[in-house]
Design a protein around this ligand. Structure first.
Ligand code: FAD
Length: 408
């Protein structure tokens, strides 16, 4: 099944590859020389991948480990989409019980193997959903009763036990938390630039940066996997238009580094999150909580806000987020949304450094009913996207499934 690029791709390329950013100069230097050497060497590839976000990288990783030769085309000088703008949370507890939870747990396993192989840091801290209101505690307790039978490894902790696990949780009026050991955090701004370097070095995966794929002419040999995130217009625009996918914009913030080695410990979520993830829909008591939040603080529903906190390799805290669904993404961020997020975070987060050093937004592709979208617009080509807010969590599991489905 070896062929010249397997498929013919029409590309538009710029200058050579580059990985920039303040912390990555060493990686950038290594990466540039690696890609330059493979650029000439790899004339053939079993599989071409379009897009070097986490989905493209996960597919490249799974294929390379199976001995396939892979080339990845990325239009930017380095990944700059949703995959570097997120919390870096691998978050099985957010997935609904059954096949999505299983996929998230499998994906988590592969993440840990990939991070270990590439010698990249991660924080296996688990997570806490902390609660301060009786209706939140009722939902959290109900979840902890039913969830273990459904495959989750979580338990209810009273306030004293929560404070033992986390120095970052405000003690005033704390009622308890859902503790789950399965969540891990990676630093996306470290992992996304570094994994391509590792894949090039270890498996000879050929990354073509600054190379936009504008057409896939014919799928004659091999295969192409299209992981182009929320770009619905360049490749297969008609299929994307018919897919039901839309875009979601999320506002995010980051503090400066926490002093004196202070650690967040478990990644944090709180009451608003209980109404956000599919997993909590099994709770009969959720409806009352949703109604109270809608009546008391409709602005949090209006902007789809729930609040999560994770920590980066550089000890900053990442805080977000909001959810505004629209095909046309508003390029301008709202100060009001950031203030709502911070107001809520102040209610449960207690950290030495809270000044915000960075604001940004990210965009992901999302389907209204499906956890992700995978379709074949023509033989030997598979489009995989629409992972919504769970692309980091599901990426490696999805990649394994794509490879099995395509018989690669
Ligand atoms: C703010 C935010 C927070 C999030 N937090 C989390 C989290 O904590 N945990 C979690 O599981 N998920 C999270 N997500 C979701 C997750 O980030 C996404 O689901 C995931 O990153 C999508 O990955 P992707 O590879 O499909 O897309 P992208 O990361 O957008 O990558 C697509 C790539 O394709 C390239 N491309 C597009 N068209 C072409 C072309 N024609 N030719 C060449 N290259 C092309 C783009 O330049 C881009 O680099 C979050 C998302 C956001 C925005």
């Amino acid at each position: 099944m070896r062929g010249e690029w397997g498929v013919r791709l029409r590309t538009v390329s710029g200058a050579g590859p580059e990985v920039g950013g303040r912390d990555f100069s060493a990686i950038a230097a290594r990466h540039q020389s690696t890609v330059a050497s493979h650029f000439v060497a790899s004339k053939y590839a079993d599989v071409a991948i379009v897009g070097a976000g986490i989905l493209g990288i996960a597919h490249a990783f799974v294929l390379a480990r199976r001995g396939r030769s892979v080339v990845v085309f990325e239009r930017s000088p380095q990944a700059a989409g949703a995959s570097v703008r997120n919390f870096g949370m691998i978050w099985p507890i957010g997935q609904p019980a059954g096949k999505m939870l299983e996929m998230a747990l499998r994906s988590r396993e592969i993440w840990i193997e990939a991070l270990a192989a590439a010698r990249l840091p991660h924080f296996a801290t688990g997570s806490l959903h902390v609660v301060y209101r009786e209706d939140e505690a009722t939902v959290a307790r109900e979840f902890c009763e039913v969830a273990p039978k459904l495959g989750y490894r979580c338990q209810w902790l009273g306030a004293a036990d929560v404070l033992e696990r986390s120095a970052a949780v405000r003690p005033e009026r704390l009622l308890g938390a859902i503790w789950s050991p399965t969540e891990i955090s990676v630093d996306p701004r470290v992992a996304l630039p570094h994994l391509p370097w590792y894949l090039s070095e270890q498996y000879g995966v050929d990354f073509r940066w600054r190379t936009a794929v504008t057409a896939i002419d014919r799928a004659e040999y091999g295969a192409t996997i299209v992981c182009t995130g929320h770009d619905f217009e360049t490749l297969y625009p008609d299929a994307f238009r018919a897919s039901g996918l839309t875009r979601c914009k999320l506002q995010m913030m980051r503090t400066g580094p926490q002093p004196d080695g202070w650690q967040l410990g478990p990644a944090l979520a709180a009451g608003l999150t209980l109404r956000f993830y599919e997993s909590f829909r099994v709770c009969r008591t959720l409806r009352a909580l949703e109604e109270r939040i809608a009546a008391e603080t409709p602005e949090y529903d209006r902007f789809g806000i729930h609040v999560l906190v994770s920590q980066t390799a550089g000890r900053e805290l990442t805080i977000g987020d909001s959810h505004e669904y629209a095909d046309a993404v508003n390029p301008f961020d709202r100060a009001e949304i950031d203030e709502l997020i911070l107001r809520y975070a102040r209610g449960f987060l207690h950290a030495p450094e809270t000044a915000i050093a960075q604001h940004w937004h990210g965009v992901y592709a999302k389907h209204p009913d499906q956890p992700y979208v995978s379709f074949s617009p023509e033989p030997n080509v598979r489009v995989v996207t629409g992972t919504g807010g769970a692309g980091m969590t599901l990426s490696f599991g999805i990649a394994e499934q794509t490879v099995a489905q395509m018989g690669l």
